[in-house]
Design a protein around this ligand. Sequence first.
Ligand code: TXA
Ligand code: MG
Length: 328
Amino acid sequence: MPNPGQNETQDSASRICAADADAIAEAGRLLAGGALVAFPTETVYGLGADATNGQAVARIFAAKGRPSFNPLIVHVANLQAAEEFGDFSPRAEALARAFWPGALTIVVARREGSQISHLATCGLNTIALRAPDHQIAQEVLRAANRPLAAPSANRSGHVSATRAEHVAADLGDAVAMVLDGGATRIGLESTVVAATGDDISLLRPGAITEEEIEDAISARLLSAPRDAARPASPGQLASHYAPRARVRLNAVDVRPGETLLAFGPGGAGSTYNLSVAGDLTEAAANLFSALRMLDQSGADVIAVAPIPDAGLGVAINDRLRRAAAPRR
Ligand code: TXA
Ligand code: MG
């Protein structure tokens, strides 16, 4: 933890720690316990959470004040660790060998049976993986001994944080610890490519140029499909994150043939409750797995109880609206 009077100044800056061995060990313990720890990478500071813990991942969305869920990059030490969570085609593997550790995020198919939280991947069958090229980030991964979901450590809408002080100013108490590694080397997010099929396509321009990638794979990089039916980044389609079952929102009653997805104490005893306590962070962590679970149970129509449209509820309702939108 922060060493009083030594590495801290005041208030929101009090969580900033010099990244010595004690602080790294503490960061590992905090992450394993579900807390958020910000750490430097070569690109920008990341707001890290245990990627296998849905509640920890939900805290990322709450801390950033993200208006909608966007799948997160899962950080790992190297390709061997990445292959536990994603299926790498020969092309994807070649990219990882060429650029990792480094500022290239590779989107591949999610590995069957993977322990990664479905909230981190926003219910998609793909996963974005990256091995950061930064000593502190690598030490944190080793200390935590688990994959870390980490978006840029800034409030949604702000510029990315490239210094520990930016993180503390933006996120304050939401982050348990900010490891100080000085200004980040790259200061711009990683390049994101999709390598789920034979081709490689660019999803987000970033720290590594298109030319560098094309040289590495000896092939052209396709640009992200702009086609609305095949969105490059999730969240562009009205109907998305949709379960097989139909979804009815703001249900204050349960009609014949419907299965209730409850929220709050009033729904105790129903098949599935996003959060009996009415806690939005818990509900966010449960959302995607609940929809999958109800699909597996054979529900035809999922009646979703009203979710307060504030805080993380805005993002939950955004995803639920997409789940309920007319299908193509
Ligand atoms: O440099 C970086 O990439 C920083 C540092 C901390 O590593 N991280 C970062 O994460 O920028 P974030 O969460 O802000 O950006 C993730 C990007 C988003 O554009 C998101 O849409 C995309 O990756 N992404 C994540 N998973 C995806 C997936 N399964 N399919 C397509 N795009 C995905
Ligand atoms: Mg960002």
